[in-house]
Every structure is written in C-alpha cells, then in structure tokens.
Design a protein around this ligand. Structure first.
Ligand SMILES: [Zn+2]
Length: 609
C-alpha cells in the first residue's frame, strides 16, 4: 500500500532527530584482537536543561574483570552459557572539544560506575562549562577496544572478529536533561539516542568486513583495506571481520541483503535468504518500511557462536549447526526472522530495553510467530517425521511454566534469572499478544500494532505508550487486560468444575443438564462454551468472562454429553488446557469418544499449531 507507506514516511522523518552522531576511524588488529579508534561524536543537547556532565556506556568493560556487575552476577553468561578465558575492555585515551580548549575531559571521568568500585560500564564525565539547550558540540575521542574471546555477542574466535558494543556510547539524553545511564547487567540490553554513523574500518585485505550501514568506497594500501560504511538514523553500530566468510548478496525490494557465512553453512544461508524474501516486505507492510539500504546477515562460525542470534541496526546475526536444516527444524529461519523483526521493535522504536525489555523481546517474539506461521503453517517450529510443532505452542508451554511468578513489565535487572526473563519477557508477552489477537481479532490487533509502530517510530515508547496505543484501537477492556497481564502478574485458568445430566421428571424424553465453570486468576476475558449432546448436536454459548464462576443450565430433547471451554482456543494464555473439557461419565463408547475428541482438539489447537 504505497499511499500508506508515503504517509508514514513523511510523519517519520519529522521526528527523527539526531542527538548523538559518530564519525569514527577504526583499525582492527587481528593478532592483538584490538580496535584502535579515533573520531568525533557530534552531540546536541536536545533537552530543556543546561548539561554539566555527560554519561558514557562502556559496555565492553562488562568483561574487564570477574567482579564487574555483569560477570560477578550468578546469572552472568546466561545467554550463551560460555565462560570467560580472557578479559575485554575499553581504554579511552582522550576526550576533548574545541569548546573546552585542549583539556582532556576523560582525565576527570569517574573511575567506576556510581557506587560500584568493581564496575566500569557506566561512566560520568563532568564538563568544565555547561552545554546549553539546543547547543551542539563536537567531542573528539580516541580509544582502544580490547575484544574478549567471543562471549555474549562480542569478541574474537581465531581470526573471526565480531565487534558489538565496542565504542564509548553516550547514554540516552531524556527530554528533561537526565541521562538514562545504567551499569551493564547480564539481563539487560541497550538504550540510546538516534544519530548518524560514519565509520571507516581498516582490516587486512584478506578479511571480509561486514557492517551495519551502506558500504561506500574502499581503498587498499600495503595489505590493509579500509571500507567506509554509512548508517543514518540509528542508535548502534556493529561489524564483523573474518578471512573465512563466504558471501551472498541479493536485492529484496529496495534493500540489498548481504549474507556472510562459513562455507559449510551454505544451506543455512540459503534458508535465511528465503525467509528474508518473505519476511522483509511482510514486516515492512505491517510495521512500517525498513529504513536502511542494506541489511547485513552474519552467520558466525561455530567457535564464535556466542556472537550469533543478535540484532543491531542494519545488521543481524543468526546461528545454528550446519546440519540443522536437514532435520526438519526451522531454527535457522526462526532466528533470522526474529533478529530481522528486532529492526522494528528494537531498532526503530528504540524503547529502553533496560527498564522494559518486553517492549522489544515480547513484541518481536509475537511478530516472529506470525511470520513463521505465514511461512510454515502449523509446523512453524518443526515439521518432520510426521510431527508438526508450532512456535506458538512452544511459547505457550514456556509461558505457562512462569505464570504469575514475576511482573513481565519490570526492569531487566529485577528478573530472578535469565530463564525467568525468557519465559516471561519473550514467551509470556508473546502469548499475551496471541490471546489479544485471537480474542479481539487478528486484523484489529494488526491495526493497533501498525498504528503503534507508526506513531512511535524513532519515538522511544514506554510501556504506558504501548498499552495506551493498544487501548485506543481495541478498547478499554483490552487495555485493562494488558495492564493486568503485564504489570499485575496476570493469569487465567478456565476449568469445567462439573457436568451433570438427568431426565426431566414427568416429561416425555426431555433432559436437564448443568455445567459449572470456574475462572481462576485475575484476567477476565470473554470466551465461548461448546455444549455437546448425545445426538451429535453442538450448541455454542458466549460469556463475557468477568464472573469467577458460571452455572450453565440446559433443557432439551437430547442428553448433554460433554462441555468444552474456549473450543477455538482464543485464550492460549489459559494456564491448563486439560481441564477445559469434561464429559458425563462415559456410559457408552459414544460419550467416551466425545471426551477423547474434545481433548484431542485441545491438543491439536493448543499444543500443535
Ligand atoms: Zn530477541
């Protein structure tokens, strides 16, 4: 829909303001595994207050020693499960600006994160004179990044290098003049202002360099190739370099997709590409146009697998074993689609992932289910050996095991562990959205998300913005459902408590029936009940779902044989699906079959597709 796309584009550009832009020259030493960099951060105070300090994230310092907030945490390395063999860190040599003469501002930087002498990921730099509202300064910076062996997405493995979170990054400046700075916790991801990235990367000419942004000119001198990359309106920049990459490139619509992968992963790369041919235009239609010329897709070699399964603006990493595509698994497509969808929920909306991780991972996981179902139907996670397993079913099962444990909407650092964060932020958020989709309607939720992603593109939305946006399209009940589900440990379990049937006294062939239904939990959702009768007839009744219990009475010519709650499985959030159906104690094979069918249907709807 071109007109919609044009309207969206014009409203987006008005809001895309550059607050922190980086022009950097970086030299990769593939022997020392270091990045020596110098350049300029062009910073504009877009807040309403004069700034007397700057805050920098030095994320790489998470791996500086084993006492950092990241590594001393018992949940550290939760994402990859790897252990640290060598340390990685950033040394800032010099930070200066013409505004302050020749003074090296870094000399007065705090040596550690606030209140934490062992951590150096959240660094304060006092300013000799304030930067006024609206004022821009060029901050000249020189630094060296020492990459660790690949863990938690960044580092080296042999000659494979992946540089993620490798440069000193200004914390996001909020409109009130506060910097949203935080130390790097193992549960947390990132948050930053939008800006332009203009980066020249030098590496040995035998290496293939892949990066965020559009590849501009290249020049080679004395065996060193320098490649210029430009990425506009983004909040991060990552790159990789390896002398073992094979390369594949294809134009999908207006976007050049560049895949870099080990030669033995050709089958994975082709599957990633096939998934992107569908997913890139599909997601652009649903959530607004992909904003960059280029998408670089990196499949790390096995030794660098810790760099896999991650998203950066304009660059995603996939992963998986070379033989997986031959086993019926759609894992390579799922990770490709998942990381691609982050281009919208992480890249373009750019919510605070430290404070509200569900806004990115939850929405991305939900969107991933939709794309994978459109691609592979009921076997969206796995199809083979006569078995189909859907991604929705996997998320549903994972979501159920963490129901009511912790608030989904809480900050990343507050989760009791990475497993709980995974179950709640990824799976339960996705299952909540699936419940919204099935109860309110797919088209309506799609419209709500389209308007949310359009309104907050480049807009850093908060959880309140998200709920209000959904409420605006789907109504007050949907808003209340979301608030309870996300912030009040919401759960729901519909249960058939009892079913009875008897002949009506003094009548010819008339029957009375009664089913008692219980709704446990603080979530209230409308649902259907199917009453099945001995003569094969089925009657549907609809309930608004606000009551804690429900007595359903029946009178008619055929005996009530079984009752089934939510027969279309519009509430995948329902905690226990096995208590959703009950039959009159089987007196005949017919009734036993009814019950069997009811349970089988739940299995098919709830566990398989
Ligand atoms: Zn993710």
């Amino acid at each position: 829909m071109l007109s919609l796309v044009c309207a969206m584009l014009s409203s987006y550009s008005a809001r895309a303001q550059s607050s922190a832009s980086y022009t950097l020259e970086v030299a990769l030493d593939v022997q020392q595994h270091t990045l020596r960099s110098k350049g300029v951060i062009h910073f504009t105070n877009q807040s309403t207050r004069p700034l007397t300090e700057l805050w920098f994230h030095l994320y790489l310092n998470a791996f500086k020693n084993n006492r950092s907030l990241f590594l001393r945490n018992p949940f550290a390395l939760g994402r990859s499960g790897q252990t640290l063999r060598e340390y990685g860190y950033i040394e800032v040599h010099r930070l200066h600006s013409a505004k302050y003469g020749a003074e090296n501002l870094w000399l007065k930087s705090s040596p550690h994160s606030p209140g934490d002498p062992d951590d150096a990921t959240d660094i304060l730099v006092p300013l000799p004179a304030p930067i006024l509202p609206g004022e821009s300064v060029d901050l000249n910076i020189e630094f060296t990044s020492h990459l660790p062996p690949v863990l938690e997405r960044t580092g080296y493995a042999g000659s494979f290098h992946f540089a993620g979170q490798w440069f000193p990054k200004l914390a996001k400046l909020e409109p009130n003049g506060d910097f949203a700075h935080f130390a790097f916790h193992p549960h947390s991801e990132f948050y930053a202002d939008f800006g332009d990235y203009d980066v020249r990367i030098s590496a040995p000419s035998s290496f293939t360099v892949g990066s965020s942004g559009k590849r501009m000119e290249e020049k080679t001198q004395k065996g060193i190739r320098t490649t210029h990359f430009v990425l506009r309106r983004a909040h991060d920049f990552a790159f990789t370099a390896w002398d073992g990459f094979q390369e594949l490139s294809e134009k999908i619509g207006p976007v050049t997709v560049r895949l870099l992968f080990p030669p033995w992963h050709q089958a994975n790369a082709l599957r990633s590409l096939a998934a992107l041919r569908f997913a890139l235009p599909y997601a652009s239609e649903l959530y607004g146009p992909y904003p960059y010329d280029t998408l670089t897709v990196v499949h790390p070699p096995e030794a660098g697998a810790g760099a896999g399964g991650m998203e950066y603006p304009g660059l995603i990493t996939t992963g998986g074993l070379w033989f997986e595509p031959y086993l019926g698994s759609h894992a390579i497509e799922a990770v490709t689609v998942h990381e691609l969808l982050h281009q919208w929920f992480y890249g373009l909306l750019a919510s605070n992932e430290s404070e509200a991780p569900f806004l990115d991972e939850g929405l991305t996981s939900y969107a991933e289910i939709g794309v994978m179902e459109a691609l592979f139907g009921a076997g969206s996670a796995f199809s083979g050996v006569g078995l189909k397993v859907s991604l929705a079913a996997l998320h549903r099962a994972n979501a159920a095991s963490y129901a009511g444990d912790e608030n989904i909407g809480q900050p990343a650092r507050q989760f009791t562990g990475f497993q709980a964060l995974g179950g709640l932020v990824y799976s339960r958020s996705a299952t909540i959205l699936l419940t919204l989709e099935r109860t309110w309607g797919k088209a309506k939720l799609a419209a709500a998300l389209r308007s949310y992603t359009a309104r907050f593109r480049f807009g850093h939305p908060t959880p309140t913005d998200f709920v209000a946006s959904i409420e605006q399209t789907l109504g007050a009940n949907a808003g209340q459902f979301l608030r309870t589900a996300l912030f009040e440990r919401g759960f729901i379990d519909l249960r058939v408590e009892s079913i009875t049937s008897r002949r009506k006294p003094a009548t010819q062939g008339q029957w009375l029936g009664r089913a008692v239904v219980i709704r446990r939990g603080n979530l209230k959702l409308p649902f259907d009940v199917a009453l099945h009768f001995e003569n094969g007839r089925t009657e549907r009744r609809h309930f608004e779902g606000a009551a804690d219990s429900l007595v359903i009475d029946y009178q008619g010519a055929s005996e009530l044989s079984s009752v089934e709650l939510d027969p279309d499985l519009k509430i995948p959030l329902d905690q226990d699906l096995f208590n959703n159906a009950q039959a009159i104690t089987p007196k005949s094979p017919r009734r036993a079959l009814d019950l069997l069918l009811a349970v089988a249907q739940l299995l098919v709807l709830g566990v398989l597709p």
